[in-house]
Design a protein around this ligand. Sequence first.
Ligand code: AHM
Ligand code: MG
Length: 333
Amino acid sequence: MSKSLIQFIIEEQRAIPGATGDFTGLLSDIVSACKQIAHQVNKGALIGVLGSAGSENVQGETQKKLDVITNEIFLKSNEWAGHLAAMASEEMDDIYPIPAKYPKGKYLLTFDPLDGSSNIDVNISVGTIFSILRCPEGITNPTADDFMQPGTKQVCAGYALYGPNTMLVITSGNGVNGFTLDRDVGDFFLTHPNMTIPADTLEFAINASNERYWEAPVQRYVKECIAGKTGPRGVNFNMRWVASMVAEVHRILTRGGVFMYPKDTKDPSKAGKLRLMYEANPMSFIVEQAGGMSHTGYERIMDIKPSGLHQRVPVILGSKNEVERIVGYHKEA
Ligand code: AHM
Ligand code: MG
């Protein structure tokens, strides 16, 4: 049998001088949260968890029952063990300080407990995305300011994909590895070592219904892809849109591709749809570690100094040569 996720992490951490086991402990709690979420998602209507919760989150989006349940699972699984100083969630306005009754630790955790949750009622794949940062030295009661670290400072990032199989894909800056949940055993096992994104691709993913709101460089890129063999690219492209970022990134890690949620003029108060801290940064870390590229069209996503917990950014990520081409179109424009 292949290595379990925890065995893999312990072995990886052993190679780091001065590692205390804190990180391994934190990851084990995150894994436990993802297994609980997998169970809820898998049972669906059988346990009455589908449908709307009748509430809105900080971004004014209607929350699903499972948005609320999975957020609670993540908080409860990760608050007690003493590895974290605070958490921040896509579903909560403010940061979540570790309650006084528990010891505090040296890490900060950000997460989107159920990404793509508009898909949940139609039984299409959804996921959890997380990112681990270090709490700044000497800070025991962190504020939102302490989370304002660029993506390059991430210690670890990962996602769980609740699809036909449940998978967990992680990086701690040493490549990307994928693990599949064996439900009979109750553990994740290494099934996809050293995941890499091919530099070239003939597949792109974008919500084309927003075409009229995109900027010219993205309009140009997509137009050229759609033109196929007789267009300027001289080849036929294929398109996919799951509307679940975790599923799109997983496809790209498996067979290459480009995913875009670019800057648009749909809502001038927002720079894009996806959130830097909960979606763009962790996915960028994974994509770059797999040899891909992740950019806004104007700058590398992981270089952005965050200005707010719920900041949104344009996202263009995936196969390196295609992302470079799109960035080039932005430079030319
Ligand atoms: P969510 O965090 O509210 O689920 O929103 C993020 C999701 C991404 O997973 C996905 O790429 C995108 O929203 C889909 O957006 P759209 O509905 O515009 O196609
Ligand atoms: Mg999300």
